[in-house]
Design a protein around this ligand. Sequence first.
Ligand code: NAD
Ligand code: ZN
Length: 346
Amino acid sequence: MQGKMRALVKTERAPGLTLQEVDIPSVGPNDALVKVAATSICGTDYHIYSWDEWSQGRINPPLIAGHEFAGEVVEIGDNVDIVKTGDMVSAETHIVCHTCPQCRIGELHTCINTSIIGVDVDGCFAEYVSIPAYNLWVNDPDLDPAVASAQEPLGNAVHTALAGPVAAQRIAVTGAGPIGLMSIPVLKKTGAQLVIVTEVNEFRLNLARELGADIAINPAEEDPVAAAMEATDGLGVDGVLEMSGNPQAINQGLKMLRPGGRMSVLGVPSGREVTVDMANDIVFAGVKMEGIAGRKMWETWYQTAGLLAAGLDIEPIITHRMPLEDFEKGMDLMASGDCGKVVLIP
Ligand code: NAD
Ligand code: ZN
């Protein structure tokens, strides 16, 4: 499609994003062009916007930011047969190589050549985005585009929650950012007996309560390990979903866990290295600790869509919707933490 579109571009190696008129991206033989109906802001986008140390090492301007989106397919490349124009789609944001050993053994979510839209290639904070058609997931056309966009982080929550048993289990979630918040209805829907949430931000703590957390604790005010022990007859929870990346929360999560429990770790510590009591909290406790990368392709997407079809409601987590032009307001909200998911409408 010829023409111009509005996009949020990282134009230089400095903080901020610039709203610009740019060419509508071209569509390769294996790509699809999607008219973006909704795009949501992720923590990664805030890192790129604020130009933190990670983004300075990873981002090569000029780059259109953004990776979470939903929209309508408006053009397809010659080789594309898995989507058609008119389909309402969301996207798996990890573009994988299909040829490395990880891809060949079916573990595409840990492809060693992964590139990410809005990080390594142009993203979706724009009116249109071009993406390999393989990465698209066709949605129920009645699904709210904001919810459809948030299916990508919801997939992180589903992948983490369903990495171990949930039904009849007592589970703690450390960190109620957007993904930790999403894990609450996922855990409830899949039959958890008890959901304990820790979070330092009061807005998010209240949202966690509204979403059905049985116990919601601010670790700055109350000892979450003692509370979890009290709620589990002194034994500890069966599982922990680590969704904060905070070293203190990681240690509290380990100490809340019963012997033999599972800890599924999605959170990314900004300092990379974290000290834990390996001997007592992992080895002798017989704990199963697993890192969670992205979403399984495509198992997690089927599970996520299935949960939505079964009535999973993440609408309350979408706390803000605004036009693309107001992205700075959205980024300020992300910085404050007084939000769930912030959605931009191009
Ligand atoms: P987020 O950073 O908004 O959420 C983290 C939350 O943890 C925040 O609400 C913060 O207030 C809270 N927190 C901070 N210190 C805490 C403490 N001591 N105790 C309890 N809570 C505390 O991010 P998000 O988008 O919800 O993502 C959650 C985590 O998952 C982040 O670390 C993110 O980088 C990571 N992530 C990982 C993957 C992956 O593939 N592994 C994908 C997406 C996001
Ligand atoms: Zn690969």
